[in-house]
Design a protein around this ligand. Structure first.
Ligand code: DGY
Length: 428
């Protein structure tokens, strides 16, 4: 298959997964609108249909709650092929949504869309759309400050592994142990009827996911109460880095729109995060990693999100050197970067979801961050590996870092988008 064929296939996947104003992550496994999937998908649409790119985010933000919360799933229409569906979440909203959020990449994507519209001379036409999205993004970022950072440390505390987008990362194993699963009851998973169970989270993990949904539901999705009492409260290194980056991009957009007071507010949030994120540096392992708010323990796991400090705009010579040493060691140990878990970890599994596989969207963030920070060779290694994985294997959900095998669905929207927007360029 040529590069041009792959381009055509990627565009065809985005069109096929378009449900009219929003895009499903793939045809069968994920039949609704997912928050961070949609943001990445917009980058792909922007390469051939600018209006549709903006519409993706406008639709997503159309499901925002009054308190600024932006859900991780919007159930614009029901579909029996997914569990847990709208009735299990029971948020009582129109449209029905889940009650948890997802990594806030949207503001960073909107900045990209805006820059691309401006560069094409379309700034005048898109400025009103930017002005309409901006307050919604700002409200969401304030929601993070108010409901996902209970100790006001400048980090993001996930209340559910699904919030992190990295559902079964081993970072959630120890913090998940105290979750009471005794009342979860019987349920039928749908993911394992579409996909090989070896690629998916275990039954114990699913029990914990559902127990947390039940907990949230029992509070009436009271985010204040959840932030104080939830049985799972883990400062996620991925979301923390992503929000820091997103606040920087939103501050730039505030200035584009001439909103100095919002820009100053965002500058304060950025400063707080720059100071506070040190709490997520683990000296013992020499890495950025998630940390349990309940016990105070660092996870100690080196994951793909440990390499997002460059994307977040953090610069600290000693920490950067330690991070890059891990990068080089992992880079020498597998042909394809960046595995979602360090292959040297005894729990590494090359096709089990977030315990090993490479994800194109995380690679996009790692690679662009490294390149922006002047680490162009390493940035290009990540991009080139993403390109090879997709070129040789297809537009899968994720890929084995060991032999490139695709896992999950083979018609993945965000992989298609990242191919079109970033990975496809020849190796430099
Ligand atoms: C799933 O159902 O696997 C999703 O990742 C939850 O968001």
């Amino acid at each position: 298959m040529t590069i041009n064929d792959r381009d055509e296939e990627a565009r065809a996947i985005l069109r096929a997964n378009d449900r009219g104003g929003y895009t499903v992550p793939n045809g069968r496994v994920y039949p609704f609108q997912w928050n961070w999937d949609s943001a990445f998908v917009a980058l792909g649409f922007d390469t051939f249909d600018r209006n549709r790119a903006w519409q993706e985010l406008e639709t997503l933000l159309g499901a925002q709650w009054e308190n600024g919360f932006l859900p991780h799933i919007v159930f614009w229409q029901d579909d029996p092929g997914y569990f847990p569906g709208p009735a299990v979440w029971g948020t009582g909203r129109t449209p029905v949504t889940s009650g948890i959020t997802q990594p806030p990449v949207a503001a960073t994507v909107v900045r990209k869309l805006w820059d691309s519209a401006e560069a094409a001379g379309d700034g005048g036409a898109y400025r009103p759309r930017l002005a309409a999205l901006f307050p919604k993004l700002l409200a969401w970022h304030r929601w993070f400050r108010d409901f996902r950072d209970p100790e006001q440390r400048g980090v993001v505390v996930a209340m559910h592994p699904w919030e992190t987008g990295r559902d079964n990362s081993p970072e959630w194993d120890a913090p998940g142990e105290p979750i009471d699963i005794s009342n979860v009851g019987d349920y039928v998973r749908r993911d394992t009827s579409h996909l090989d169970a070896k690629m998916r989270p275990t039954k114990l993990e699913y029990d914990r996911y559902l127990a947390l949904v039940q907990f949230g539901r029992a509070t009436g999705w009271d985010h204040g109460r959840i932030s104080r009492k939830n049985p799972f409260r883990v400062a996620d290194i991925g979301m923390s880095m992503i929000l820091l980056r997103a606040n920087r991009d939103l501050a730039v957009l505030a200035r584009v729109l001439g909103d100095e007071s919002a820009a100053a507010e965002l500058d304060d949030l950025i400063e707080r995060a720059e100071r506070g994120i040190s709490w997520l540096w683990d000296d013992k392992t020499g890495t950025w990693c998630s940390r349990d708010l309940v016990t105070g323990r660092h996870s100690g796991f080196i994951t793909s999100t440990s390499f997002l400090s460059f994307y977040a705009g953090l610069a600290d010579p000693a920490r950067d050197a330690a991070t890059l040493a891990h990068f080089d060691r992992i880079g020498a140990s597998v042909p394809y970067l960046m595995p979602s878990l360090d292959p040297a970890d005894p729990g590494f599994q090359m096709i089990r979801y977030w315990r090993g596989p490479v994800w194109a969207v995380v690679n996009y963030m790692i690679g662009t961050g490294l390149t922006e920070a002047g680490e162009t060779d390493r940035g290009e290694r990540v991009r080139g590996d993403t390109r090879t994985l997709i070129e040789r294997n297809g537009l899968y959900e994720a890929f084995s870092p060991v032999d490139g095998t695709g896992s999950g669905g083979d018609d993945f929207s965000w992989t298609s988008a990242i191919w079109l927007a970033w990975a496809r360029q020849p190796r430099s």
